[in-house]
Design a protein around this ligand. Structure first.
Ligand code: PLP
Length: 389
């Protein structure tokens, strides 16, 4: 039996990926240039969105998406508590107030019922959100039609955090087409579906938001005379017309991204194949396996099991540690964001979002990535069977 540790997620890099990066290293452009544009076009076309803006992380993408949406001090942003902290922090970066909507106990995505209740209450109290960020947890799309209907009724902007979900589908269309949202964000961190080392992207169908996102990515600077406040001093002239950042992606990263895009569907298919193998092998155990909403085709970033603790003799920590000792590097997605100490100061406390907290007590993410071999997966399965006895 091999003892090489099995991570919960990892990149899959081919010789063609390496060659694509080497080609850029031998070219004139290393910083943001023609390859970034090609990567943006490739992803936008794949998803069926009009525009894409590549940046150095999904965290940066969320930040500039919120700014482009006009989020600022005095505004409110809502997201799911079952997410990475970045989905909420982007609101705080903008000086807005952050609040959460509890999750659906089957999909672990933001619950549309809880969202509707909370909106009704917020409308009465005059505390409606300006931006709502649904997170496509584990790669499975949220119920975007229902969320878009509520956005219409209550007048908020929807930014999809699709960090887990490139290559996934909703109602037979690609996640990222922004049919039911204003913007969609992807992450290209190595544990996600495709990678650029670090990287992220914002997609949108709005030409106006596209322009704004490009500017925010690069210091708030424009070279468009139509947007300038003053007289041009000459051909070198540019103006900073708002406060932006250096959130640019390099052509080196984008080359990897373009090359990875050619295998996106293969990656997602492989993830589904492995998920099905887990489903079959783990079905007899006292676990809840990932439920799939029939309208969605998940990108399967994560394979999360829930331990039926009342039927298992062990606690979750014991199961986690036993698996880790055997080199199965299970993980946990996510510690509910509102229970983070930084968020205590925002007024949150344990018990605020009971479905997310109940989920967290029982959840465990098993290794899942395109390069996971059947033999290694069988090692994971055998170790899970043993650990929960
Ligand atoms: C990974 C992740 C992010 C942040 O992505 P980075 O590219 O690492 O900044 C944001 N939201 C979710 C849901 C994520 O999983």
């Amino acid at each position: 039996m091999s003892s090489t540790p099995i991570p919960y997620g990892r990149q899959s890099i081919s010789p063609a990926d390496i060659q694509a990066v080497v080609d850029v290293l031998n070219s004139d452009w290393l910083t943001q240039g023609p390859t970034v544009e090609r990567f943006e076009r490739t992803v936008a076309d794949y998803c069926g969105a009009a525009h894409a803006v590549a940046v150095n992380s999904a965290t940066s993408a969320l930040h500039i998406a919120c700014l482009a949406a006009g989020l600022g001090p005095g505004d409110i942003l809502w997201t799911s508590p079952n997410t990475f902290v970045a989905s909420a922090n982007c609101g705080l970066y903008c000086g807005a107030t952050v609040d959460f909507v509890d999750i659906d106990p089957r999909t672990y995505n933001m619950s549309v019922e809880r969202l509707e209740e909370k909106l009704e209450r917020a409308a009465r109290e005059g505390k409606l959100p300006k931006v709502v960020i649904p997170v496509h947890f584990a790669g499975q799309s949220c119920d975007m039609e229902a969320i878009a209907r509520l956005a219409e009724r209550y007048g908020f902007i929807v930014i999809e955090d699709a960090s887990h979900a490139i290559g996934g589908r909703y109602k037979d269309e690609p996640v990222g087409n922004c049919r039911h949202s204003t913007m969609t964000v992807f992450s290209f961190h190595p544990v996600k579906i495709i990678t650029t080392g670090e990287g992220g992207m914002v997609l949108t169908n709005s030409a106006e938001l596209h322009e704004r996102l490009l500017r925010l990515r690069s210091h708030g600077i424009t070279r468009d005379p139509a947007l300038m406040k003053g007289e041009s001093h000459g051909p070198w002239y540019y103006e900073q017309i708002e406060l932006g950042f250096n959130y640019r992606m390099t052509d080196i990263q984008a080359a990897l991204g373009v090359s990875q895009m050619t295998r996106l569907e293969e990656f997602v298919e492989r993830r589904h194949h492995l998920a099905k193998r887990y489903n079959e092998a783990l079905a007899p155990l006292p676990l809840t396996l990932p439920w799939q909403q029939p309208d969605t085709h998940s990108a399967f970033h994560l394979y999360v099991i829930r331990l039926s603790l009342d039927r298992i003799g062990q606690n979750r920590r014991h199961v986690f540690e036993t698996l880790r000792e055997r080199g199965i590097l299970v993980n946990l997605h996510y510690i509910p964001v509102h229970t983070q100490p930084y968020y205590w100061a925002q007024g949150f406390k344990d018990g605020d979002f009971p479905a997310a907290e109940a989920y967290y007590r029982e959840a465990l993410s098993l290794p899942l990535y395109a390069g996971l071999s059947a033999e290694d997966q069988d090692r994971v399965i055998a170790a899970v069977q043993e650990a929960i006895q």
